[in-house]
Design a protein around this ligand. Structure first.
Ligand code: ADP
Ligand code: ZN
Length: 636
């Protein structure tokens, strides 16, 4: 057995490496540089933790982990302690004395993994420490977590990351491993250049997250839709609800609380103390639903987040994928649910149009928004589309030699809404042409542009005050779309906005001074009007949605398949774990994952020997908790 394999089993209690972990680990143990691209939840931590331990055993000294996630370092280090690994962190939350103590331990060679914030790395004091270690040959490895923070193209740019080029300049022969879940090529190139990783081997995993079920619904009354979703499918479970604005975060959290859901708000406008408190509660309590802006989530490694919901549409697929990726890190079933509507399309388009960025940049952003709209309106497999966006053909995961593992790409995943309940399609080509003509006609009649509601009224032949006042009941297209329902026409408009046949035009009301978004024809309209493009749409009916069996008993995803006796053991084990976690001031999952407790409950072990084989039960944990676990199991 290789040392990497024995570390995996003894320290982490896992039987096998996942995907490319093994190749990465042995490359880095042998002193190679690596760039690791793996989706959230793919298992990046082990890629540097196992080499850190192995290289320490070989006498190479300490591994420095650069991470921007100061608020999480305590828990990360705590998790390593639980596994019996000597780790520490240096960041601004430590007192002077605490800092000095860590520095002393570092000098004495007592630490295997040291977590540090990037700004710390460039201080003379810290560099002095590293110089000393380096001179003694005790600087083993640099792990640069969340490496996309170095790039302006990534969404989490941190200027401090730029200073990390010092690592290569100063300690050229110390190996470096950079890790990120951000896949796009621009960011990747930036990471390589900025961190001088030209010689690094690239390890690119499949970005598929098979246990996440993607669902995208049309937005109607989104608070109620969300409530129903949580009540029916995720009662008592932990989740994150992403909102576009701070105001919405607070309103929604309140609504959920009023409906008996344990929800908390999180956004950058809340006091730091409250944010930390809410984050801690999310990590430590069971079944907390966090309503948040995108300020929340990076580095949150809580494994049992059962759903991620978007009540507003994100900016692009990169953001959507990163956020939804926070669900189901433990590999158990999880949901990614999004509701979107015409207003989302309008808002996002407006934000781009109004941003002070250069036209070229805006063009790129519009393209990214359109790709996300395309995903939302899609009638085929969501997963196939998501992976295609990241340059991957579903079922043709890149293998280590770059050749696909399977000969033929797959077209269905069986685990998204479109695969599970294929939507009915309707041909919206005629409706689209009528809609565009109406916009053209009313503009021709008065030289003005109008909002979606008015256009639909004209098209459907409604004689509203506004319609008659403007004389729009006289235009030739008045009433020619009376056979179409409003939801149908909204779907057509979303599609036309998404594909660039429609544009938005801002109008200021003379009476109120309010700014309105109105519809105008855009470059892509010509082809639709000429009948050159087909407009295929999802059937916009909500009534046909099959009623999901409500999971009343707040059943835990890890425990759904347990028999009645095992359920009791599972519940007892969880109660015991909660006490241990509390006394150690750590989240429960750091002690044991749900999946580990479920395996124990099912196994009903009578001896330490039996307990040893359970996934997640490393040597240290067996020593520390084995006897207690057996006692709790015996309570029956
Ligand atoms: P990432 O940092 O890539 O988002 P993590 O390193 O947090 O992912 O790993 C995700 C989860 O998968 C963790 O709970 C981790 O314990 C688990 N995990 C990682 N590698 C393995 C493995 N080889 N076998 C079993 N579980 C693993
Ligand atoms: Zn699918």
């Amino acid at each position: 057995m290789s040392s990497a394999q024995s570390i995996l089993q003894a320290v982490f209690g896992y039987e096998q490496f996942r995907g490319p972990q093994q190749a990465i680990v042995s490359h880095v143990i042998n002193g190679g540089d690596a760039l690791v691209l793996m989706p959230t939840g793919g298992g990046k931590s082990l890629c540097y933790q196992v080499p850190a331990i192995a290289r320490q055993q070989l006498g190479h000294g300490v591994t420095i982990v650069v991470s921007p996630l100061i608020a999480l370092m305590h828990d990360q280090v705590g998790a390593l302690h639980e596994a019996g690994i000597s780790a520490a962190y240096l960041n601004s939350t430590l007192s002077y004395d605490e800092t000095q103590e860590v520095e002393l331990r570092l000098q004495s060679g007592d630490i295997t993994l040291l977590y540090a914030a990037p700004e710390r790395l460039n201080t003379p004091r810290f560099l002095g420490l590293l110089d000393d270690l380096h001179a003694q040959g005790k600087l083993s490895l640099f792990a640069i977590d969340e490496a996309h923070c170095v790039s302006q193209w990534g969404h989490d740019f941190r200027p401090e990351y730029r200073a990390l080029s010092v690592l290569h300049q100063r300690y050229a022969e110390v190996p470096r491993i950079a890790l990120t879940a951000t896949a796009d090529a621009l960011t990747r190139a930036d990471i390589i250049e900025r961190l001088q990783l030209e010689a690094a081997q690239h390890f690119i995993s499949s970005f598929d997250r098979p246990n996440i079920r993607y669902k995208i619904a049309e937005k109607k009354d989104v608070s109620n839709q969300l409530l129903r979703f949580i009540e029916r499918e995720h009662e008592g479970e932990a989740g994150v609800v992403y909102c576009q604005s701070r105001k919405r975060v607070e309103e929604l959290a309140q609504t959920l609380v009023q409906n008996g859901i344990n929800a908390l708000p999180y956004h950058a406008g809340l006091p730091q103390e409250m944010r930390q408190n809410h984050q801690d509660r999310f990590l430590r309590e069971e079944g907390v639903v966090m309503c948040a802006t995108i300020a929340f989530g990076m580095g949150i490694n809580k494994p049992d987040v059962r759903f991620v919901a978007h009540v507003d549409m994100p900016k692009n697929i990169e953001g959507y994928y990163q956020e939804t990726g926070r669900a189901g890190r433990d590999g158990l079933p999880a949901d990614a649910w999004m509701a979107y509507g015409l207003s989302d399309v309008v808002n996002q388009r407006r934000m781009i149009d109004e941003s002070p960025a250069e036209e070229q940049f805006k063009q790129v952003m519009r393209g990214k928004l359109d790709a996300l709209l395309g995903l939302a309106e899609a009638t085929d497999c969501r997963r196939v589309r998501l992976l295609a966006y990241f340059g991957e053909q579903y079922g043709q995961e890149p293998s280590l030699d770059g050749k696909p593992l399977q000969a033929v790409a797959r077209t269905h995943c069986g685990n998204c809404d479109n695969c599970l309940e294929p939507p009915a399609l309707w041909d919206g080509t005629d409706a689209a042409r009528k809609l565009l003509s109406t916009i053209f006609r009313v503009h021709e009649a008065s030289g003005l542009t109008y909002g979606a509601g008015h256009i639909m009224d004209v098209l459907r032949g409604k004689e509203t005050d506004k319609v008659t006042q403007y004389g729009h009941d006289k235009v030739s297209t008045f009433g020619i779309g009376k056979d179409y329902s409003e939801p149908q026409l909204r779907a057509v408009m979303r599609q036309l906005l998404a594909t660039g046949a429609l544009g938005l035009h801002k109008v200021v009301s003379e009476n109120s001074g309010h700014v309105f978004d109105t519809l105008c024809l855009a470059a892509g309209s010509r082809a639709v009007l000429k009948g050159e493009v087909q407009v295929q749409l999802r059937e916009a009916v909500a009534a046909s949605r099959s009623k999901k069996q409500s999971k009343k008993s707040a059943a835990n995803a890890a425990a759904v398949n347990l028999g009645p006796d095992a359920q009791v053991r599972f519940i007892n084990l969880k109660a015991w774990r909660a006490e241990v976690a509390k006394s150690h001031n750590l989240p429960a999952y750091v002690i044991f994952h749900d999946a580990t407790l479920a395996s124990i409950a099912e196994l009903n072990p009578q001896s330490l020997q039996e307990l040893q084989g359970v996934s997640g039960m490393g040597t240290k944990k067996l020593d520390a908790y084995g006897a207690e676990v057996l006692r709790v199991v015996a309570l029956g």
